[in-house]
Design a protein around this ligand. Structure first.
Ligand SMILES: *Cc1c(COP(=O)(O)O)cnc(C)c1O
Length: 367
């Protein structure tokens, strides 16, 4: 590396690992010269964006020479009314990814400790390392967040705990009573961040949102996104619900125009589109049951999911499975970067996509 960068860049920069994104469809087209490709790698909405959101974007596209509302007023107002919280409790970000980064910038000093599970969402490590924080990664137990081990790892230096619920990449959740007893033991000086990117898909009656603890006055943040059930991944918009004082602190480090105006109008419209939401939910619920039954017929172990993807054991080198599926135009996610060398993570798609994935998987595993 050039001496200039080595000598002048912040040392934290050299601890960062590149983000491994799902392979884009266009890239696979270019590399393999095949046209008919399905992507079940990034938990994008198989039905596409909310039609009402698409219309809202069309209606306001000619306003794009204007800076957006830096306060996201209408979106915040709407979210505040949905969750019955004060508007000053809402933060909006360029994806919930940005909100994770802003939380890190607001709270993490060099040497502070942050606790989360492994494997979980890779952004946690990324945002913590940028700030020079120490990452304490607690292995999942039986694919589930191990809240007792997290409690046992809290030290004087612990600043933040991130609970991904349901967890990505396993789709598992921690339930209401587990969270209650966990929260009863977490010291108040530790900020608990609930990443609920997939909460809308949870079907278990024992699932609860961390919102309850915010309403009880705890130092906590709930993060949600428009990228998954609402199908707006490309527009980059997510939100958080927290105490007004925490929201105010986060806003201090937020860029003035972090959420573009098309994202704001689309998000607002998507919240009204109950039909798209319902169709997405039902398609996911049906799709996961179909995939479960096919996995069972094939004798494959899978982790029952509360999210929009399934973590399944192919009992083979998953890099090979990934490559072979790719040749068939099917993009999924390999379990290797998550530390599970025989697993893959597959997004629940449309029924046609699910069938094609199963066809491909059968073909690949028979090789
Ligand atoms: C997809 C995802 C997000 C965030 O998405 P944005 O597009 O940045 O809103 C956050 N957390 C988890 C666990 C995710 O899978």
């Amino acid at each position: 590396m050039e001496d200039f960068v080595k000598e002048q860049a912040r040392p934290e920069i050299f601890t960062l690992k590149p983000y491994i994104a799902g392979k884009p469809i266009e890239e696979v087209k270019r590399e393999l010269g095949i046209d008919d490709i399905i992507k079940l790698a990034s938990n994008e909405n198989p039905l596409g964006a909310s039609p009402q959101a698409i219309q809202a974007v069309k209606n306001s596209v000619h306003q794009m020479h204007l800076y957006p509302d830096s306060n996201c007023y209408y979106l915040k107002e709407r979210l505040a009314s949905i969750y019955d919280v004060d508007i000053t409790s809402i933060i909006v970000g360029n994806g919930s990814d940005e909100l994770l980064k802003l939380l890190a910038e607001t709270f993490l000093n060099r040497g502070d400790e942050i606790i989360y599970a492994k494997p979980s969402f890779s952004e946690y490590e990324f945002v913590a390392r940028i700030m020079g924080a120490e990452c304490v990664e607690i292995p999942l137990r039986n694919f589930i967040y191990d809240l007792d081990a997290i409690l046992n790892s809290i030290t004087d230096k612990t600043k933040m705990i991130i609970i991904c619920n349901p967890n990505n990449p396993t789709g598992t959740m921690v339930n209401a009573s587990q969270l209650d007893s966990f929260m009863a033991k977490v010291p108040d000086k530790v900020l608990v961040v609930f990443d609920e990117a997939y909460c809308e898909f949870a079907e278990s009656k024992d699932y609860i949102s961390g919102l309850k603890y915010i309403k009880a006055g705890r130092n906590a943040v709930v993060l949600r996104t428009f990228s998954k059930i609402y199908g707006l991944a490309s527009l980059r918009v997510g939100y958080g619900i927290t105490k007004p004082a925490i929201a105010q602190a986060v806003e201090k480090v937020t860029e003035p125009f972090n959420v573009n105006s098309l994202a704001q109008v689309a998000a607002l419209a998507a919240l009204d589109d109950r039909e798209h939401y319902q169709n997405t939910w039902e398609g996911n619920s049906r799709g996961k049951k179909y995939l479960y039954s096919e996995f069972e017929k094939m004798g494959l172990n899978y982790v029952p999911t509360e999210a929009s993807f399934i973590f399944v054991d192919t009992a083979r080198d998953c890099q090979e499975v990934f490559q072979s599926l790719l040749q068939l135009g099917i993009i999924i996610r390999s379990g290797s970067p998550f530390g599970y060398p025989t697993f893959i993570r597959v997004t629940v798609g449309t029924q046609a996509e699910n069938k094609r994935f199963i066809w491909g998987l059968q073909k690949v595993l028979a090789l």
